[in-house]
Design a protein around this ligand. Structure first.
Ligand code: HEC
Length: 184
């Protein structure tokens, strides 16, 4: 009987020490991760090549793209507070980098006529299939979870705008003179 109690104490103490070590290691690892913050995609510049500066875009469309797409497809992301917690921030930044690399609305004006039309096709496909914005983003950002009507507005715009660009690129350029001095 005494022997059993003795063994129990030994095993329990061993287990307790090991669990404590594992726990502190995890805390230490988590703390170290926080030292490696990813670079942020932030710019306060208003670019001449910005979709809405370069072309004439209906306000309704610009508003929708702004709230649902620009966080990952422009030069300026509005970051959530939990971005500061690693590895969550790394995961988010990876999505932003990939998204921006494929399509950047801040540099849309740099695209050739053909590239712009191809990109509008891509956007239409993503919107019609409801694959964009990413689902994980919608869970957190309810505003970005576009309704069927809102998706229809974007989809219709891509069709109309594509036709305008194909027919006459100068017709849809934004001629607002206050935009002349903006950086590229
Ligand atoms: C949370 C980030 C995020 C948001 C918000 C987001 N996207 Fe994306 N988007 C991505 C990523 C990441 C990719 C690249 C996917 C891949 O390569 O697998 C992508 C790819 C795309 C592509 C493909 C581009 C190409 O040339 O292949 C289109 C088009 C697109 N997104 C449109 C949109 C539209 C329109 C919205 C808003 C309604 C939007 N996205 C919102 C992250 C995002």
């Amino acid at each position: 009987m005494l022997k059993n109690v003795f063994w129990f104490i030994i095993v329990f103490t061993e287990f307790y020490c090991m669990a404590k070590k594992i726990f502190y290691s995890i805390i230490a690892l988590f703390a170290i991760l926080q030292l490696f913050q990813p670079d942020r995609n932030i710019s306060n510049e208003n670019f001449k090549t910005e979709l809405a500066n370069h072309y004439q875009i209906p306000d309704s469309v610009e508003t929708l793209l702004n709230k649902a797409c620009y966080d990952c497809h422009s030069n300026n992301t509005d970051y959530p507070w939990f971005y500061n917690i690693q590895p969550i921030g790394w995961y988010i930044q990876n999505k932003i980098d990939k998204g921006k690399h494929k399509l950047n609305f801040s540099e849309f004006g740099n695209l050739t006529k053909k590239e712009a039309v191809d990109e509008l096709d891509n956007i239409k496909e993503m919107i019609d299939k409801n694959t964009m914005p990413l689902h994980s983003y919608r869970w957190i950002n309810k505003d970005a979870d576009l309704t069927i009507e809102q998706r229809h507005v974007i989809s219709q715009w891509t069709t109309d705008f594509s036709k305008q660009i194909s027919n006459d690129s100068t017709a849809t350029l934004n001629k607002d003179s206050s935009l002349q001095n903006l950086p590229q």
